[in-house]
Design a protein around this ligand. Sequence first.
Ligand code: C2E
Ligand code: MG
Ligand code: MG
Length: 548
Amino acid sequence: MFDYGPEAIAGILGSSLDAAFTIDAHGLIVDVNPAATRMFGWQREEFLGANISLIVPSPLKEQHDGFLRAFSPDRGVKHVLGSGQRLDGLRKDGSHFPVEVGISAFERDGRRYFTGFVRDMSERQRSEDCMRYFALHDAESGLLNQRGLAEHCTAPAEGRRRIAVFRLEEFRRFSVAYGERWSIATVQEIAARLGAALAPHETVGRVREDSFALWLGDDAEARVDTLAAILRQPYALDTTQFLLTVTFGLSCPGGGYADLLRTAQWACDRAGATGRGGINAFSDGQQQSTVREFCIESRLREAVRHDRLTLVLQPKCRLADRRIVGAEALVRWDDPQLGPVPPAEFIPLAERLGLVGEITDWVLQRSLAEIAVCPDPAISVAVNFSALDFYHPNFVARLCGTLAQTALAPGRLVIELTESAAVQDVPSVNARLQALRALGVGVSLDDFGTGHTALAYLRHFAVDALKIDIAFVRDLPDNRTAVSVAQAIVALARGLGLETIAEGIETEAQAASLTALGVDIGQGFLFGRPLPPAEFHRLVRQQIETTV
Ligand code: C2E
Ligand code: MG
Ligand code: MG
């Protein structure tokens, strides 16, 4: 190794930014460099002869001499404090600061000495603390973020039992409209309101741009009511006041942080679906229905892929003479594990999973194929289309393609579109309805009376029939409101030159009432249940035979 010589070593120590201390075997300081005096605030004269424990805070101070005594390189004990360790240093003024220490031992004239280099880590510690803060906190609100909340909440604390998640509805829309200044001011106001309202065992964090999570105790339900009222107070930016819609989801009690957060978020999503601005508590029932949904989702993909759906046809009769004039095609799914799953349950899931298009294509093809072999060529088939099918950019082209393959007169196909689907996007619905009319395909507005169509729209819709919803038929003939609604729909349809169809007719009294009101077509268990196509064809054949 290069021989520096005593002068060079003195120069190196003098210019070092790290403090250097040399002590003897008893721990007494025999030399320090200028950095040591700057770092610890003692003068060189005060250091010399003092015990090194002068710069070591308790409890290490009391142990230090013991380390020195134990130091015995011959017996394998080679560390004094341990090199490169992060410790605390003690300044003359009593303040502590983080240091890193490297120590080497050497012998001179038969005596043992130690030289320690001490590095001030305050800056590094500050930047590490700062990085850690930003890793665990949300910069805008100063609240814990998702990770911060998870770390904070892994430590079990008395009284924490449930998580409530709340979402600010339309937050993104407000942010776009009023700018970042509005969103930052709002989340800071939320943090301030909660900061003042939360009990010591309660914690809040921001888990998404528009969602926050609260750790609450056993009184979570009451607390959510109180906090909701606080958060629903108006917010102000400059001179403008804003009211925010806040939706709450509450987890079930007990369990780990991740599970609680998940169930609370799910409950919040569910509350959003049924009514924004509400409070929804996650229940066992919801858990079960979620499990069933997942089960249905995975089995439905298989069922569609492996052609396990079936088709049934329900007769539609002219009320005046009860002759079958058409059929509604309804999809059926009997799963080997789940049993029969009603379409009202799996069609919405299929829409979410992007599977509904495949189902509709399948139902359409099967329906056209079945109606093509129906003994009466005047009978039409009505196929239910979901809003997603109807708004698909290729909707009309796909339909034309399928019709062309079957060589069936387009007039034998009727498309049933729910009233609520039709009012989602009126201009594009109109364009498609016109295209269907040009094709010669019929259109019925299904579940009519439940979808809030503005009459102004209806005037322009190129539809052929209104299907009175089962809800109004059910209460006939005794319920006066139901009678009035049915009467109004018939009058409306007549005025617009449309046919009326009533669905869900189960009794003679309902049929008589609807006939008297002037409804054209009836469908329901009274006239026939949804049947396998072969049975439907048999019914039609019987009708032909009895007429002849
Ligand atoms: P929807 O189009 O209004 O169909 C009428 C529903 O009423 C059918 O239920 C039918 O079985 C039922 N129904 C018929 N007569 C009676 C009756 O007298 N009393 C009672 N209580 N109910 C009667 P289903 O088959 O369970 O279908 C429910 C809904 O699922 C349908 O309502 C429709 O919106 C949807 N759906 C069924 N098949 C399909 C399909 O192939 N594609 C699409 N997109 N949706 C379908
Ligand atoms: Mg229908
Ligand atoms: Mg209906």
